[in-house]
Design a protein around this ligand. Structure first.
Ligand code: ADP
Ligand code: ZN
Length: 719
């Protein structure tokens, strides 16, 4: 019997296990029940697919969605593993054929929908087989707490009744504690071994943008992503249709997907997207469950999501292949109102309360000044110490101004209206906007009325929210929040405390998303290989990623293998795929190399372990070189024709990737010492409080450099 690692190599083309996979596999091989809670893209399927190859009998996989089953069976077969599914799309004759294949031991895995157990002849059939393992995929479907409840999952406890000695693996990506509890209880697992992974998805970057001129912001972003796949989520069917149409008019290959469309059209659009025949799907939340497309490079939330759970799940569909991907959310208070309106329609008070609470968490996420990833993980009960350096709040610290006077005006106004009104109203008073309410209360006679005429009502709203978010004023009341004063407010009013606030924006920010980390991919070759993959996929009637993942094509266009032996080193190049497609892809690579006089690179060993580490791209390499030459920040920026902030982002990233860079030429050692001391004293690595404490003598660039440098030192210390 070949070892686990040999099988991993031969059948899947992977050189190592992802975290926890090996332990889970060993437990299953030893006949234990396991409960696997890992986020999307962490390689759950392999945890039962590999044991299926090693165990003597059949592995039965329960899966809730037909599309998902087909997808997995296609992928397994492409790797040379016998697998089938039984579901309602098959005729009686086809089902009989599958049963025969199983009895003849031709297939190692059988995928079934939970409804199958209602069919009276199914259990007797299972008893005729030797069953080695049950895998319950998307196990959260068993729980009413989850959003994907499937009553048929409740039947699954009969597995343990009928097959008490066959191990069961329950797998899910749902982190909600109630759901976990339901799964464990209802499946009646026997002393299951629990595997719980971090829900951090390090390859995803999170951005929240003001929803102003959102369509154009989005199009600017999409133009940079011409050949990439992405999902745009919106709340209504109508907007899904219109946005998809407008994008098509603007030359994008975009399709709509929502529950109101005829079923066949919906399936067709999904299929076109999966097969890379459409780049963009504009969808309501109806889309996505069971979509295993691995190369979704971005997920955009055009409208505000209702809760963090769905936001996390929807963004989770990006970057399953582990390559850098973006999650962008357009945020507006108008959307918040729309959701509140929907909530109000419910008559169930309990449900209403939960819905408001969940919406509140979404708002906190959007309004945050701290690392978005931290907030997201915190929501799922996961503490994460340092800021991620990959979300907008980490990457783009906002410029600040002395906001003491502004805060004093706000506080005076709150006092003037006796702490009985909300942010929107206070903002209109400050901006000097009269309305029925202010007339009724004679608030236009207040001294505060119009005291902030220089700025718009909107700007005042933003500042008030910032003051509230940072605890300089208090917010009371649940549904209609009312502004009130606290000790800090009085300190500010008395001139004892000063504050920094965000500098007002001149015009709406255009979505700018930093370059993502990439291998040094030969894009011309990559595109050629993509086209080749597409031709083969269409001939074989499977989605392109079943042939090869993007990662495989990227590696081919990075290392340019020149013979079958070096082809073997490429990610995802298992024995079967090598035999089947190796020659065609090798020939394409060789032809390209001959035409362009390119030499192959040996794939570095470090990268053979599982996922690919991203080497610095050219632009980073240039910055690095100038740093090493000892230039100052200003000189590097000038030489490169880039903003100092951009250079700092490069250096941050280089440090994060483990480059050793001395920053003494960039920030004086005294300043470095002061900044580090300040970080320690405040117990914080956020820029705003640091800047507040250190004052004008220190630039944001300096703070960012020292912070990034300190992180690198810390990470070395913890190795
Ligand atoms: P999940 O079911 O947890 O969402 P998948 O099973 O779809 O995750 O796997 C996510 C991605 O990781 C897939 O592209 C899969 O091929 C890849 N993968 C799984 N195991 C490994 C491994 N050991 N090495 C490299 N890639 C892997
Ligand atoms: Zn962050």
């Amino acid at each position: 019997m070949p070892s686990e690692r040999e099988l991993l190599r031969t059948y899947f083309g992977y050189t190592g296990f992802l975290p926890m996979q090996e332990d889970i596999i060993n437990d299953l091989l030893n006949g234990k029940d396991v409960f696997v809670l890992m986020p999307t893209g962490s390689g759950k399927s392999l945890c039962y697919q590999l044991p299926a190859l090693m165990l003597p009998g059949v592995t039965i996989v329960v899966s809730p969605l037909i599309a998902l089953m087909k997808d997995q069976v296609d992928s397994l077969r492409a790797n040379g593993i016998g697998a089938s599914f039984i579901n309602s799309t098959l005729s009686t004759k086809e089902i009989e054929d599958v049963k025969i294949r199983l009895l003849e031991r031709k297939d190692r895995l059988l995928y079934i929908a939970p409804e199958r157990f209602t069919s009276p002849d199914f259990m007797p059939f299972l008893k005729m087989l030797t069953i080695s393992l049950f895998a319950i995929d998307e196990a959260h479907c068993i729980s009413e707490w989850g959003h994907d409840f499937r009553p048929d999952y409740r039947r699954l406890k009969i597995l343990k009744e009928h097959f008490p000695h066959v191990p069961v693996a329950a797998l899910t990506a749902s982190a909600v504690p109630e759901v976990q509890h339901d799964i464990l209880q209802q499946l009646e697992l026997k002393e299951p071994v629990l595997y719980k992974a971090s829900f951090n998805r390090p390859n995803l970057s999170y951005y929240v943008r003001p929803k102003e001129d959102a369509y154009n912001q989005m199009v600017n972003y999409l133009r940079l992503r011409r050949n990439d796949s992405g999902i745009i989520y919106c709340q209504s069917r109508r907007s899904a249709e219109t946005i998809a149409q407008t994008l098509r008019d603007d030359g994008f290959r975009a399709l709509a997907y929502h529950a109101g469309m005829p079923a066949d059209e919906r399936t067709e659009n999904q299929e076109l997207f999966i097969r890379d025949d459409a780049d963009i799907i504009v969808a309501t939340i109806a889309f996505g469950m069971g979509i295993h497309k691995t190369n979704v490079r971005y997920v955009i939330h055009y409208d505000l999501p209702k809760n963090i759970e769905s936001y996390y799940q929807e963004t989770g569909r990006a970057g399953r292949d582990g390559l850098a991907s973006d999650c962008i959310l357009f945020f507006s208070y108008g959307d918040k109102k729309k959701i509140e309106h929907l909530i109000e329609k419910s008559h169930n008070q309990q449900r209403k309360r939960i819905a408001y609470k969940k919406l509140d968490a979404v708002l906190r996420f959007c309004e945050a000044f701290e690392c978005r990833r931290k907030l997201l993980l915190g929501y799922f009960g996961e503490a994460c110490g340092v800021s991620c350096g990959k979300c907008d709040t980490c990457l783009e610290p906002r410029e600040t101004i002395d906001g003491t006077e502004i805060a004093q005006k706000v506080i005076a106004c709150i006092q003037g209206v006796k702490q009985r009104f909300g942010a929107g109203y206070i903002a209109s008073l400050l901006a000097g906007k009269e309305n029925k309410r202010s007339a009724a209360y004679r608030h236009h006679e207040l001294q505060s009325f119009g005291s902030g005429k220089d700025y718009s009502r909107k700007q005042w709203t933003l500042w008030i929210r910032e003051l509230a978010a940072r605890g300089y004023v208090a917010v009371a009341g649940d549904k209609y929040p009312i502004l009130a004063l606290n000790q800090k407010s009085y300190d500010i009013a008395a001139g004892r405390l000063s504050v920094l606030l965000a500098k007002p924006k001149e015009k709406p920010e255009i979505a700018h998303v930093p370059e993502t980390e990439q291998m040094r991919v030969d894009t011309a070759l990559f595109e050629m290989l993509r086209a080749l993959r597409k031709r083969i996929a269409d001939t074989e009637g499977v989605p392109p990623y079943v042939i090869f993942h993007d990662t495989t094509l990227k590696e081919l266009s990075t290392y340019f293998p020149q013979d079958m032996e070096s082809m073997k080193q490429i990610y995802g190049m298992g024995q079967r795929k090598l035999e089947r497609y190796g020659k065609q892809f090798l020939e394409a690579v060789i032809a390209h190399c001959t035409a362009h006089n390119i030499k192959s690179f040996r794939k570095p060993d470090r990268e053979r372990q599982g996922r690919v580490a991203a080497p610095a791209s050219d632009t980073y390499a240039k910055t690095l070189e100038l740093c090493r030459q000892g230039l100052t920040l200003e000189d590097i920026a000038r030489t490169r024709g880039l903003a100092a902030g951009t250079i700092v982002s490069h250096i941050e990233k280089l440090l994060m990737q483990g480059e050793d860079i001395a920053i003494d030429r960039l920030v004086s050692t005294e300043k470095q010492r002061a900044i580090v001391q300040c970080m320690d004293a405040l117990g914080s690595v956020y820029l705003t409080p640091l800047k507040e404490r250190l004052g004008d003598g220190y630039s944001y660039e300096e703070l960012r450099l020292v912070r990034a440098h300190a992180r690198r030192i810390n990470s070395l210390a913890s190795v």
